[in-house]
Ligand binder design. Sequence first.
Ligand code: NDP
Ligand code: GDP
Length: 329
Amino acid sequence: MKKALITGVTGQDGAYLAQFLLSKGYAVHGMVRRSSTADVNDVRLRWLGIDKQVRLHDGNLSDLSSIIRILREVEPDEVYNLAAQSFVKSSWQQPLLTGNITGLGVVNVLEAIRLTCPAARFYQASSSEMYGLIQEPVQTETTPFYPRSPYAVAKLFGHWMTVNYRESFGLHASSGILFNHESPLRGIEFVTRKVTDGVARIKLGLSSELRLGNIDAKRDWGHARDYVRAMWLMLQQDTPDDYVVATGRTVTVRDMCQIAFSHLDLDIDRHLMIDPDLFRPAEVEILLGDASKAKAKLGWEATTPLEAMIQEMVEADLARLRAQGATRQ
Ligand code: NDP
Ligand code: GDP
């Protein structure tokens, strides 16, 4: 039985990846950071019904000794580094923490692997945010980077450290440059989930408006369930490498909202408000990925259209709110 360790197992991708690896017969271990709300921090694993099957280990990406201890205990075949301060907007409010976790944290994991289990295969969760102020209309693995937030700068550091440890020490280290991916398990602060939750609240009479920032921004949105499969495929290759993972379609925030409002027969013009406070100090206006390399080498393709994903998210938020008894209907 293969063993995998996932950092960030309590997050969106960590939960879907754990589910995917369990379905492949892996023993799945996850690193979790200490929290005063430990009774609820596995909520996503519970949502997927896999909380009993994942073995959790106390640790923190900023604490090298904890990562070494966990690697010694688990002796994993594969390590997926998904943990990060992952919210772009917060990275301007907490730039040092973002640098420590999202950037330096990657080196902690790489060093721990080099010292304890150099044969383990490593996956780094890199991001399309690294393209930032895009240098080519369609981004591939060879497009130059131009990060636009402390988050993106930290991710770029982690990305190049992954490449560097592969080239310097021969680690089987791969970096997935994943474009935005969402699901019913997406954090509520990200725009898709904020919209699907907001629309569900309006439908149930719990609120009357949804406030957003720059709705002209365009993103290449896929489904997290599809994207975790690409992570696994990267580690099954004989040679480690870097891959863009994307759908190849870009849509404005406004049009993504329209899908959600239309699904519940709501009039977007009545409920959507623009709030200048929600604009960012520097914006990534558009992202559009070309995943041809992942298709050719991994046989991977995105399978979930944006419309189907947003509708799934709206339905999940409606169900969640109804289950909480949060309805005035
Ligand atoms: P989430 O924000 O949902 O999950 C982040 C995870 O990291 C959580 O489990 C969180 O734990 C954990 N974490 C945060 N800080 C620490 C720390 N100091 N030590 C240990 N664990 C920590 O992110 P996603 O699942 O959406 O994304 C997974 C990875 O992929 C992230 O690195 C993200 O930056 C990257 N990425 C995501 C994209 C997307 O569109 N989703 C696109 C490209 C890259 P806790 O539950 O305690 O908060
Ligand atoms: P990001 O691409 O990782 O920053 O993912 P987000 O989902 O946080 O943001 C996607 C885009 O939506 C960005 O261009 C944001 O500026 C834009 N956006 C507009 N309004 C909002 C909002 O209220 N919340 C968030 N999170 N993003 C918003």
